[in-house]
Design a protein around this ligand. Sequence first.
Ligand SMILES: *Cc1c(COP(=O)(O)O)cnc(C)c1O
Length: 241
Amino acid sequence: MNTVIEQWTAVRERIHAACVRCNRRPQDVKLLAVSKTVPFARVAQLARAGQVDFGENYIQEALEKIQAAEIELADLKEAPFSYPVWHCIGPVQSNKTKWVATHFDWMHTLDRFKIAERLSDQRPTELAPLKVLIQVNVDQGHTKSGIAPDAVLPLAKAVMSLKGLSLKGIMTMPDFHPDYDTQVDKHKIGKAVFDHVLQETGSPEWDTLSMGMTQDLEAAVEAGSTLLRVGTAIFGARLAA
Ligand SMILES: *Cc1c(COP(=O)(O)O)cnc(C)c1O
């Protein structure tokens, strides 16, 4: 067996063990393989092994892989739920929204209504609405991506009215902390925001909590994550970009 497949299998076992440990059903926690900087050949290999969701950060790099997949993985479209589902997990400037709206299935980094409006307007009508997540900054006081927890509900309500989008939930990326309980506490802030919006809106589409990466996925599972974004543990260390 090849290392990427072995490492992917080991990650799935980690997720399974984390679910068992906190009494969650493994089918409720999905794995998103973060393939930024990873050559298409390895993405294709993993797709053929059964990995469906892929996350990319850089639009140009992603578009090349999405196009390559259209040709080289076309046969996977014949089987249900096996062709890659593309998630944009990097920041998106307004001059790039068109690429996201036309080529991706998901976008995790929504932080402004203006971007949401552009994505909705630019989503081709023949495609299903673009699935989006609001990025939430759970590290108060730090200057980083995402909006404050108390700004999520108003933005969510506004985005829910847009026809070209399906608002699925939130994404968080807490600062890494080596202490497990601290990791869980950070992820619980995301979980509380997620639950609050669900309670206030009752939206049937609101079902995705994207949190947890290579170093903190067990804590994310414990806090209630439904989508883990894992790169390094599957593909190995990335070269500095
Ligand atoms: C790179 C990246 C990941 C994956 O991080 P790893 O530590 O390699 O698992 C997850 N989410 C986002 C938003 C990323 O940019």
